[in-house]
Design a binder for this molecule. Structure first.
Ligand SMILES: [Ca+2]
Length: 368
């Protein structure tokens, strides 16, 4: 689990096969089929703020990883860490521990620990200091922002280097699942501007399409809003992009009874998740929680469980700074994004539980 060059520069055949799929349904992430009719696994780089196992922190990134490990059609190529649910250091150490527990032997890459910074010339055009902005600095409109506007020193890290090199050396072969801050992806775009467009797909979790109210209390968006500069760079990159929005994840709601019935109260999975029930109960009077990141993972692995919704999302950092995805305002700078919805909540949850079971069998958590 070190910083290494991406393995398996496979893929002329794979690329050609996949391009056929993507050309007929560009926003859809169908299975790859080789010339022999065999379904090849999707090769995925996971980029997340995994805190499953840390007290008081969300568990959904770890559950998304476990879900992917239970999917026959997924091959995890590498794991990248980012901040969000906790600091980068806490996430990275926790993920290293989890990968050892799971026996997952793929590269683990440390991400960038803070949001991307603009260059001094652009900083005056940032929100909050409009009086310093010059008319030709194109503030906030990242679609037109010159690439040199982002300070490359803020984009350095093993994870963005790995992502940029992997995507450009194996175009249309690798999928990205990003369920934390978007800084590593934005940084990869700084290092190699063409990189994100060469991903087979990028699936994010995050964003709100209206205020997210849970029992009368607003829940803040904490993924896309972490780094609006990076998020807008990802949105504007031309990548084949899908986002599991907060609203669209809500049907993936799990109660204590759901997990106890499925795994037992003494199981590793239930015991690791139990504290999050208490946290959500105290914070939102919510007797369960939405497993946000698993929805994004499931869309990547099993898009047939979803309905596609192609939207035009506004590229405006102030909106993205609170996670707001304004849709359909085509008079504003915008980018096409698929915002899929779950077809059948009960069937989806049953599928996720079954896949977690398969994941547990495959990893080393024969944990009592
Ligand atoms: Ca996350």
């Amino acid at each position: 689990m070190t910083d290494v060059v991406p393995r398996g520069a496979s893929a002329t055949d794979e690329r050609a096969a996949e391009q056929g799929v993507e050309q007929s349904a560009p926003m859809r992430q169908g299975d790859l089929r080789g010339q022999d009719g065999r379904t090849d696994p999707k090769r995925v780089i996971v980029d997340f703020d995994n805190t499953m196992g840390l007290p008081g922190c969300d568990v959904d990134d770890g559950l998304a990883l476990l879900y992917l490990l239970g999917c026959d059609n997924i091959q995890i190529e590498a794991v990248c860490t980012t901040y969000g649910n906790n600091t980068l250091a806490a996430v990275h150490e926790n993920t290293q521990r989890m990968m050892e527990l799971f026996g997952l032997d793929v590269p683990l890459l440390r991400g960038v620990e803070a949001p991307l910074a603009l260059t001094d010339a652009q900083r005056g055009a940032r929100p909050g200091s409009p009086s310093d902005a010059q008319p030709d600095e194109a503030p906030l409109i990242v679609a037109d922002r010159p690439r040199h506007a982002i300070d490359p020193a803020s984009a350095q890290g093993a994870a963005p280097r790995f992502i940029a090199d992997a995507l450009t050396s194996q175009p249309d072969s690798l999928h990205i699942l990003a369920t934390g801050s978007t800084t590593n992806l934005g940084a990869a775009a700084v290092l190699r501007p063409e990189a994100l467009g060469q991903a087979a797909s990028i699936t994010l979790m995050g964003g709100v399409t209206e205020s997210l109210a849970i029992n009368g209390r607003i829940m803040d968006e904490l993924n896309l809003s972490c780094d609006p500069v990076a998020t807008c760079a990802v949105l504007a990159s031309g990548a084949r992009l899908a986002i599991a929005t907060s609203q669209n994840c809500l049907p993936a709601f799990f109660t204590r009874a759901d997990l106890i019935d499925a795994f037992g109260e003494g199981s590793w999975l239930y015991r690791t998740c139990d504290h999050w029930f208490r946290t959500m109960d105290a914070a939102y009077d919510w007797h369960g929680w939405t497993c946000w990141d698993v929805v994004a993972a499931a869309f990547l692995a099993h898009p047939e469980l979803f309905c596609d919704h192609l939207e035009q999302v506004t590229l405006y950092e102030r909106f993205i700074g609170v996670g707001y995805l304004e849709c359909g305002n085509i008079g504003a700078p915008h980018a096409p994004v698929n915002l899929p919805t779950i077809r059948d909540a009960a069937a989806f949850k049953a599928h996720v539980v079954e896949t977690w079971h398969r994941g547990l069998v495959r990893v080393n958590t024969q944990t009592p």
